[in-house]
Design a protein around this ligand. Structure first.
Ligand SMILES: [Zn+2]
Length: 431
């Protein structure tokens, strides 16, 4: 049965036994720029027993290349410029730094061309015309992955597949499956950061019209993960030993993606979003559904309904609230306020922030401690979700139930519809 777990991004604040145990972390992901002596030293002792995956830092390189393009460049010019710039970069140029953290595994060969095209805003219509080029690029990466694995037999080398839709992902799965790659990583961070909408998707060589315009992020993520494993199956190979979702931590996407990757024994995830969201006042919840909620909306409900309290059982919320409890009198004071609460109300020092210090945002010890507690909380939600999916007797039923509660509780209907369609893409035709 597949095991799903989250790899915590290495930071001074996350490299403690308390944080890793309290979040059910499956291990640690080390970006190469964090391979400083201090953080590596933190891996001595008990932490050393954790699974350590060293990232190659390509995500930052991709951003730099996309940002370096002249804003006036048309699509064709951007496609060419990216191809040249991406071709000049070796995504494993920081291999020495990657290996310096003495990892169990590292993110190996990657062709960043497609990721740069996506980040530079090259449209779907242009991308689908490059299917054969992308197939060739994935084949080449797969071969490099085998070579690198042979050079590092004591470590697991993750070969990075790249795709943007079902068809390119199918080709990538087939290419890597054919070649004999055993550990695969794919990037989803750019997909989930995509705010664009679409009225059609390309699937199995055909454009399918959607009933209405829907957010692209969930649909692309679902198409790529489904396409990859369909392609892998078409290659006739046994499932890979390991699959890593780079940059995927959105609560509702965990059950969908886990179901799509269910044939893989060891499935891991990483994302910095649980940390970034915590900083901005966004909390991950599992009840009533796998949602991201805004702290000021939670507080508003607390103000309106005294029975509604943030009673999270995680060790981060409990420990913080023990030291900084809710102030019921101040919560009631907010009831007399006629305007809705906003993010600004939760700045350190404001009444709302004093009412629920856990939601406080800002500099100083209180703001930092609250942010750290929220980051722990978000990781705990993700870790617990993956732990439950690992233990699910019927993974399909568990994922379908998560999608149904999300659709019933999503703030905006189009998000629910998009996730429902993403689930259809992932689950259609599968027993
Ligand atoms: Zn919590």
């Amino acid at each position: 049965m597949a095991q799903f777990s989250f790899l915590v991004n290495a930071r001074p604040s996350t490299l403690s036994r308390e944080f890793l145990n309290g979040t059910y972390a499956g291990g640690i992901l080390f970006p190469p720029d964090r391979a400083a002596a201090a953080t590596v030293a933190a891996l001595a002792g008990p932490l050393r027993r954790r699974f350590v995956l060293a990232d190659n830092g390509a995500y930052d390189t991709i951003g730099k290349i996309a940002a370096s393009l002249p804003p006036s460049a048309d699509n064709a010019a951007r496609v060419k410029a990216v191809r040249t710039a991406a071709g000049a970069v070796d995504p494993n140029s920081q291999l020495a730094e990657q290996l310096a953290v003495r990892p169990d595994a590292f993110i190996g060969p990657e062709d960043i061309t497609l990721a740069c095209w996506l980040r530079a805003g090259v449209g779907e219509t242009d991308l689908v015309q490059r299917r054969s080029e992308l197939r060739r690029r994935n084949r080449s990466v797969a071969r490099r992955g085998l070579t690198m694995q042979a050079a590092h037999p004591e470590l697991t080398v993750y070969t990075v597949a790249s795709a943007h839709d079902y068809d390119s992902a199918f080709d990538a799965g087939q290419a890597l499956g054919d070649t004999g790659v055993r550990a695969v990583a794919m990037g989803f961070g750019a997909f989930m950061a995509d705010d664009s909408w679409t009225t059609r998707i390309k699937y199995g060589g055909r454009w399918l019209p959607l009933p209405q315009a829907l957010p692209m992020r969930y649909l692309r993520t679902a198409q790529v993960v489904r396409g990859f494993f369909d392609g892998w199956a078409a290659a006739g190979s046994a499932a890979p030993d390991r699959f890593h979702f780079l940059g995927l931590g959105a609560p509702v996407m965990l059950p969908l993606s886990a179901y799509a990757a269910r044939s893989v024994p060891s499935v891991t995830y990483d994302a910095t979003s649980p940390i970034k969201d915590a900083a901005q006042g966004t909390l991950y919840v599992s009840e009533p559904a796998k949602l991201k909620v805004r702290t000021w909306n939670v507080l508003e409900r607390m103000v309106l309904d005294p029975a509604h309290r943030w009673n999270c059982p995680c060790q981060f919320c409990r420990a913080f609230c023990l030291n900084h409890p809710f102030d019921e009198a101040r919560i009631q004071m907010l009831a007399s306020q006629s305007r809705p609460l906003t993010a600004a109300d939760l700045r350190v020092g404001r009444v709302a922030a004093q009412a629920v210090p856990l939601f406080a945002v800002g500099p100083g010890p209180l703001g930092r401690a609250a942010e750290q507690a929220r980051a722990g909380h978000n990781h705990w939600t993700v870790g617990l979700t993956l732990r439950r999916l690992s233990a699910a007797v019927d993974l399909r039923a568990a994922a379908a139930a998560d999608v149904a509660t999300y659709v019933a509780n999503a703030g905006a209907a189009h998000f629910g519809q998009s996730v429902a369609m993403a689930w259809d893409l992932v689950s259609a035709g599968n027993a």
